[in-house]
Unconditional design. Structure first.
Lengths: 253, 472
């Protein structure tokens, strides 16, 4: 009984805080991953729309951003509308992105001269209602810039994802700095699903939710995006909890 | 091949074939006819040339920049300030310009420099067909050129040569007074113009049918907010005029006449014809900070340089069909800030780097697509990087490879996927083969590597290995 009263009191307080924060009283929509384990953990049952999220690769992935790009493409594939992808380096290979479910007809590439241009285009696109998602590849994301992006996303309700990738391993420590992003993910590659024959099976990722507003951080082992952009739980893990040994599923590299 | 009558008939222009046959400019026509039996001779018609040049200048006005003028007898001068951003950058704009002119049947040379004089000289006398001289370096580049580049009368050039002047540098180092005494002020003026010491305004050509909105101010204005307010008023007037004719604007020029009699321009381009006041105002006001009002602006002219028909379209009114969100405005804003906006479409080719092309962001959907059954990396290196490999020939994946100084042991692999050279594009690719493998190292990182050649025949490739892509 006492427990219930406490829950109600907390609910009321939350509502009042939301009023004080001003603006959007409307509940924020979320984009579920379709993987129960992750969705249950995230507030709202999925990745919040109208918010900024950060994604980076682990190990060498922090430099090439290959897995991060696929993970992001998988998320963008499940939105509707055009997707703006702002880059400075032109090494994104569209045939690979299409295999994560994001059609090349939906992706508008914006090639900027420098990071300042990326931030500029990122914000401008985020302000445009009706865009499905906006993705920006950034090395540096200062607090002020991320705050601007987050506000832009809040006003339009568009999903913004910053892929963080750096040119040198020494710069990766930048990922520890705080930003206004709602969630922060790190994707590291794991050895692929074992096959009974020689060859490479479906790719697997070690997904770390490093930071999440209003939820604890967590980590998962998932199968990489399929042709519809959905993640999957590995079959050999789906029906039992992962090994208690923390070293068994450590990040690659 | 054209010949003109002075008191004699001289060759004044000849095409490449005629020059190869031994004709020279300035040669008597009778001699030319003696050299080549079936020479086609046409009379020079300067008035028609001039008209044609004006028409070409209008084409440049529509496609490239707001300030364009014919520079007779054979040139066109363009002020590209504030216009190159629509074409990527200056170099891209110049090469694109030359290529389009070539497709139209012209042989052209172009140069961008600080001053009209320098650009005029470098376009005609530099070794390369296109040349972009960085800011401030034009005067230095001019010094080595012969004095014929200075746009002086032939008589003056000949007389200067007699006096021993050969290069611009020699002329620039000579005291002015004796030269002026002998030849008049012309030499000094041309020299200053070429070296960018005095301004040389371009009197821009105006299309007769162009729709314009104009506003003159009793007191010069210079504050950004004031300019923005008047821009909006002009856009409203212009859109009214556009609506009467049922057209929309593709290139919009805002020309600001400053009190010191120089022009400042903003050119805005759109991907599709537009007649929307808000959108056009935003495009122009977005770039107001790039102009320098100096001591104030007297006259403001808004001119639709390039228009296309724009019909009202019925919007979707059905219950189920969602209207596609309007992103044209966003694309225009980003493109006008100088960023490249495009979509990627498939091209029918098995060679990975040739299998895609950039198309306009508002182009129709690409139906072709890429085959989905073959794995493709999410990142493709700009140039395949050589790796050191240990592999069994002919068709085994490598056991290990070294890339960028670190060694990767291959745990699992898939392949080969064979790609043949495209002999219809280049003769050299006739026997060329690439064998692609997907390899995974012990950490789970997946790479896309290929071997040049089939591993058996030397003519199919050298057998060296390259890393081209990274899977996620």
């Amino acid at each position: 009984m006492q427990n219930r009263a406490r829950t109600i009191a907390i609910e009321e307080l939350r509502e009042r805080i939301q009023h004080l924060e001003g603006g959007s009283v409307r509940t924020r929509e979320a984009l579920p991953f379709g993987v129960d384990e992750i969705d249950r953990h995230l507030p709202g049952g999925g990745l919040a729309l109208g918010a900024l999220h950060e994604v980076a690769g682990g190990g060498n992935g922090a430099l090439d951003g290959a897995a991060a790009a696929l993970f992001t493409a998988g998320i963008a594939a499940r939105t509707t509308g055009k997707v703006f992808w702002c880059v400075t380096r032109q090494d994104l290979f569209m045939p690979g992105i299409v295999q994560a479910g994001l059609s090349n007809n939906r992706v508008v590439m914006v090639e900027c001269r420098d990071e300042k241009g990326v931030l500029d285009c990122f914000e401008e696109s985020l302000r445009c209602r009706g865009v499905g998602a906006v993705i920006g590849e950034l090395a540096r994301l200062p607090m002020t810039a991320s705050r601007r992006l987050q506000l832009a996303a809040e006003t339009s309700g568009v999903l913004g994802i910053a892929i963080r990738r750096w040119r040198r391993h020494a710069d990766v420590s930048d990922f520890g700095h705080p930003t206004a992003a709602v969630t922060r993910w790190r994707i590291s590659v794991l050895p692929s699903q074992p096959l009974p024959v020689p060859g490479i099976g479906r790719a697997r990722w070690y997904l770390e939710l490093l930071r999440c507003r209003a939820a604890e951080s967590a980590d998962y082992v998932v199968e990489a995006c399929d042709a519809k952009g959905r993640l999957g739980l590995p079959a050999d893990l789906a029906n039992r909890s992962p090994s208690k040994d923390p070293w068994a599923t450590s990040a690659a590299g | 091949m054209i010949a003109r009558e002075g008191s004699r008939r001289l060759v004044v222009a000849a095409n490449a074939a005629a020059l190869a046959a031994g004709l020279r400019i300035g040669m008597p026509a009778s001699k030319a006819q003696a050299l080549v039996a079936e020479l086609i001779i046409e009379e020079l018609r300067p008035e028609e040339d001039r008209k044609e040049l004006d028409r070409l200048a209008l084409w440049f006005l529509r496609n490239y920049a707001p300030i364009v003028a014919a520079d007779p007898p054979d040139g066109i001068v363009i002020d590209t300030t504030g216009a190159d951003h629509l074409h990527g950058n200056e170099t891209l704009m110049l090469t694109g310009m030359i290529n389009r002119l070539f497709a139209m049947g012209f042989t052209a040379r172009a140069a961008i420099a600080d001053s009209w004089g320098a650009a005029h000289a470098l376009a005609r006398f530099s070794a390369k067909p296109t040349l972009v001289v960085p800011e401030g370096a034009a005067a230095q580049a001019m010094l080595d050129l012969p004095i014929a580049v200075l746009r002086l009368e032939d008589r003056t050039v000949a007389a200067l040569r007699t006096l021993g002047f050969d290069r611009v540098s020699e002329l620039a180092a000579t005291p002015r007074a004796p030269l002026a005494l002998r030849f008049g002020p012309e030499i000094g003026r041309r020299l200053d113009q070429a070296l960018g010491r005095v301004a040389e305004p371009i009197d821009p050509i105006r299309a007769a049918e162009a729709i314009e909105a104009r506003r003159a101010f009793a007191e010069p204005i210079s504050a950004t907010e004031t300019i923005a307010r008047y821009v909006r008023m002009l856009v409203v007037r212009l859109c009214g005029a556009l609506e009467e004719q049922g057209i929309g604007v593709r290139r919009l020029d805002l020309i600001l006449h400053r009190v010191d009699n120089t022009l400042q321009v903003i050119r805005a381009g759109t991907a599709k014809p537009v007649r929307d006041v808000e959108r056009l105002t935003k495009l122009l006001c977005d770039r107001i900070d790039t102009i320098d009002p100096g001591f104030g602006i007297e006259i403001m002219v808004l001119s639709a340089a390039h228009c296309e028909p724009l019909e009202a379209v019925q919007t979707i009114s059905s219950l189920i069909e969602e209207p596609e969100a309007e992103i044209g405005g966003l694309i225009d804003v980003i493109a006008n800030r100088g960023h490249r906006v495009y979509r990627v479409a498939a091209v029918e080719s098995d060679v990975p780097e040739r299998s895609l092309a950039a198309v306009s962001a508002l182009a129709d959907d690409d139906e072709l697509g890429w085959p989905v059954e073959w794995p493709r990396p999410s990142r493709l290196l700009l140039h395949p990087e050589p790796i050191q490999c240990m592999a069994l020939l002919p068709d085994h994946p490598p056991v290990s490879f070294t890339w960028r100084g670190s060694r990767h042991a291959v745990k699992r692999a898939d392949g080969p996927e064979r790609v043949f050279g495209e002999w219809w594009k280049r003769d050299k690719e006739l026997g060329a083969i690439r064998d692609y493998f997907v390899v995974e190292n012990e950490a789970g990182e997946r790479f896309w590597i290929f071997r040049q050649g089939d591993g058996e025949h030397a003519d199919s490739g050298s057998g060296s290995w390259f890393l081209q892509g990274i899977f996620g």
